[in-house]
Design a protein around this ligand. Structure first.
Ligand code: AMP
Ligand code: MN
Ligand code: MN
Ligand code: MN
Length: 287
């Protein structure tokens, strides 16, 4: 089961990806993905389209989302997999998480205006498909296309991270709430790309222990956001905490993403894949 080409982390235009759910399903299938989940940020509006498209191309599918959480002063992402997308608890939780995004984006625009970059909020909005989901990525695309920076990574480094002019501190969901919304909807909560967070060892330990205490059961080990040292490190962390392991590219765009759908190494054999516990939540195409 560990050798399954599962890709359980990807983004469409419903959040900050550049492809439609249907194009992602086709791309995943063409790349040899055997189990797919669309995990748009704080949003499940694309789930029906993703499921239908996956069935159409003959690709097993799990529902997905990636919830923004604030923990110990930093932003952490919690992936939810295999939930019932009609759950009112999950829908209300995601709606509340999305609700601060527009004001934050306006403030980001004000911050950028102060360093001479005018009209960034309106500019970023032109890249947004879902009006309730404006993200830093949309600002990054606007600044690249206007020649302010040469790629989105440079925009983040110079403008969109803590201490930079376009950064606006934001309080996202509480860890326990995000895990609860997912599990109340029958899904599994998974810590996304733990190698990306700038936590001390104690803070990271607290993240994992509190996550588990709230009912979280999985961690991403093989992700497009990890290097090979992270693969080894979080394999050990998964074993130490008794967590199941997930795998996903975090694909956003053919032009921007380093790792394509389905292109990562397989999960190490000593880990238990999240899809074993989610077997009865997988939708299979009819023959
Ligand atoms: P937001 O949810 O609005 O804070 O935006 C977060 C998104 O920005 C992430 O999901 C990534 O897609 C993107 N992102 C974060 N850091 C970087 C980076 N250094 N380079 C490129 N994209 C990034
Ligand atoms: Mn993103
Ligand atoms: Mn993320
Ligand atoms: Mn992601």
């Amino acid at each position: 089961m560990n050798i399954l080409n599962a890709d359980l982390h990807s983004h469409s235009v419903i959040s900050d990806g550049t492809l439609q759910p249907e194009a992602l399903a086709a791309r995943a299938k063409a790349n040899g993905v055997e189990l797919w989940a669309l995990t748009d940020h704080d949003e499940i509006d694309g789930q029906k389209r993703a499921l239908d498209a996956a069935m159409h191309v003959g690709l097993p599918y799990l529902t997905g989302t990636e919830i923004s959480v604030t923990f110990a002063g930093l932003t952490v992402h919690i992936v939810g997999l295999g939930f019932d997308a009609n759950s009112p608890v999950l829908q209300a939780g995601l709606e509340s998480t999305r609700s601060g995004r527009d004001l934050r984006a306006r403030e980001m625009g004000d911050g950028l205006a102060k360093v001479g970059i005018k009209g960034a909020y309106e500019g970023a909005l032109r890249y947004v498909s879902n009006p309730s989901l404006i993200s830093r990525t949309h600002f990054a695309r606007f600044l690249v296309d206007n020649g302010v920076c040469s790629d989105t990574h440079e925009v983040f480094r110079k403008f969109l991270v803590e201490g930079r002019p376009g950064f606006v501190p934001h309080r996202w969901a509480a860890l326990g709430d995000a895990v609860h919304w997912i599990t109340a909807a029958g899904g599994m909560a998974v810590i996304a790309h733990p190698g990306r967070y700038k936590f001390t060892a104690n803070e990271e330990y607290a993240l994992f222990t509190e996550f588990i205490a709230h009912g979280g059961r999985g961690v991403e080990v093989i992700t497009g956001s990890h290097n090979s040292a992270d693969f080894v490190r979080y394999t050990e962390t998964a074993l130490e905490f008794g967590l199941m392991a997930s795998r996903g590219s975090d694909f956003h765009s053919p032009a921007e993403s380093r790792i394509d759908l389905g292109a990562l190494p397989v999960l190490p054999g000593k880990l238990t894949p999240v899809w074993e516990a989610l077997a009865d939540r997988i939708a299979y195409p009819s023959q």
